[in-house]
Write a protein that binds this ligand. Structure first.
Ligand code: G6P
Length: 486
């Protein structure tokens, strides 16, 4: 790996006062160099990591390779290696074959393999030790997402001096579902090592509090701050792209290539069974069948970004989506005019914004979704242009985007009604609704989210509603348990 801005960091001071720990590093590999990974999390945290001369620890996306720490865009990046076997057991297995479906309402059945659990423990320990090695005295360590739930407690045992925050990007399930997990106590205790535990929705925070009451060994111990911190997007970056001439030209071209339909519906998702892609395609199929939408003047553009392709449930979903797309086009397409355009690849940031500008209706029909940032990006890109958002009540974004057409995606009739209403929305009303949602997102962008979380994590921060007693007491209690380095 070589790039002008990179430099081998092995011989420089490895201690940092601010550390981000996430399963993935904020970079993607592009041939023999690194590129900044797209996404709000990176744009929110990268400036802080830079300002604090901090470090970001995570997996590179490759396996069986040892890459020394390096500098990228004024951040220290510390790769945490995975072997191919660990990728299968820790990442595809426990993280995405157990926790992901369990935390998303059991849309597919988790497989509680003990070997996967052991790999999860071992890799969490690897991340914790890497963090401890990089942390200056009194450092702030921010751990992200379901892959690393044991890390807060592991760090706490090793380093009572640091502040630890944990943010769960995905939902936290009701205690009745979470209780299936054979290692539920270990996960709860793992998270309780943090000073602040953040969730997307109030209901997630409430579910976690219930799990603590039911499964924590010492349920009376002073808990950390447990609160909702709904994540958001980099509104400025979206606005800039949406206002650029090049993006506007691409948007016009997209519509032209589709034959300038009267109504262009759009879905943009990772190809994941939580997103309800088959549900929206079925609803669309029926709307055409019922003559409520015309195949001569309507198109559906579905972008499905490839994801976790080694996992059987994802392969099955791909087959199902492709079958549905084929069925709808088989029934309603005419020579020279397709109805559903389906892309199974990712688009650049600019092209994604162009898709938002080209579409009239965005359909977000998640069966369960921590937040859904696509919904927030769409309303921000279209803030002064109108358009309509169909939004599942099971996406975290539904708590904030009240002016969307809210649907239950399991109810195909209701989903059809929602999609039809959105497609027929009066222009003035559509503009007002989008503008109101865009204003909400603007007031609560990703920088606001990160600041709020880190302020709560300050040693002097006032305690939240869940606290009752001091987080310091919890920390001291954990520190007394320090026994080993792993
Ligand atoms: C979700 C998770 C992220 C994850 C992303 C992509 O948004 O919350 O932690 O990075 O999906 O999934 P992947 O498995 O490719 O990292």
């Amino acid at each position: 790996m070589s790039q002008k801005s990179e430099k081998n960091m092995a011989e420089t001071n490895p201690e940092h006062s601010f550390i981000v720990l996430a399963n993935r590093l904020p970079v993607d590999r592009c041939e023999d160099t690194w590129q900044a990974a797209p996404g709000g999390l990176v744009s929110a945290l990268a400036p802080m990591v830079r300002a604090e001369r901090g470090a970001w620890l995570g997996w590179t996306g490759g396996f069986d390779e040892t890459i020394p720490p390096f500098e990228f865009d004024q951040m220290s990046l510390v790769p945490v290696p995975l072997t191919e076997a660990e990728h299968r057991t820790y990442y595809e297995g426990f993280s995405n074959g157990v926790l992901w479906p369990l935390y998303h309402d059991l849309i597919v059945t988790p497989q509680y393999h003990r070997t996967w659990w052991r790999a999860y423990e071992a890799i969490n320990s690897r991340f914790a030790q890497a963090a401890v090695r990089s942390a200056a005295f009194g450092a702030t360590i921010w751990v992200h997402d379901y892959h690393l739930q044991l890390v807060p407690h592991m760090i706490r045992l090793l380093r009572p001096d640091v502040r630890i925050g944990f943010f769960n990007h995905i939902p936290f399930p009701p205690v009745e579902l979470f209780g299936q997990l054979p290692w539920r106590r270990e996960v709860v205790e793992g998270l309780l090592g943090a000073d602040v535990i953040g969730f997307q929705r109030n209901s997630d925070a409430e579910n976690f509090r219930a799990a603590v009451r039911k499964f924590a060994v010492d349920a009376d111990a002073p808990p950390p701050l447990i609160e909702a911190f709904p994540i958001s997007i980099d509104t400025e970056a979206i606005r800039q792209a949406a206002d650029s001439e090049a993006v506007a030209r691409t948007a016009t071209q997209i519509r032209r290539d589709l034959g300038d339909p009267d109504i262009l519906m759009l879905g943009i998702d990772r190809l994941d069974y939580t997103k309800g892609i088959p549900h929206r395609l079925r609803a669309f199929d029926e709307l055409l069948d019922d003559d409520l939408l015309s195949p001569q003047t309507t198109n559906f553009l579905q972008v499905a970004v490839p994801s976790r392709e080694g996992i059987a449930a994802y392969q099955d979903l791909r087959d199902e989506v492709e079958r549905l797309v084929g069925r709808i086009n088989g029934r309603f397409a005419t020579l020279g005019r397709g109805i559903v355009q389906y892309s199974h690849h990712s688009y650049s940031f600019e092209d994604t914004v162009a898709l938002y500008l080209a579409a009239d209706v965005l359909v977000v029909s998640s069966l369960r979704d921590g937040m859904n940032l696509v919904a927030k990006e769409f309303v921000t890109a279209r803030r002064n242009r109108g358009g309509a958002l169909v939004l599942s009540e099971f996406a975290g974004a539904a708590d904030e985007l009240e002016q969307a057409t809210i649907v239950n995606p399991h109810d195909i009739s209701g989903l059809k009604t929602g999609m039809h209403q959105a497609a027929s929305l009066d222009t003035v009303q559509a503009r007002e609704r989008i503008a109101a949602m865009a204003a909400t997102v603007e007031d609560h962008d990703v920088h606001h989210w990160a600041q709020r979380f880190l302020t709560a994590l300050q040693p002097s921060a006032p305690l939240g509603p869940a606290m009752g007693k001091s987080a310091t007491a919890h920390r001291d209690r954990a520190a007394q348990k320090v026994t080993s380095s792993d």
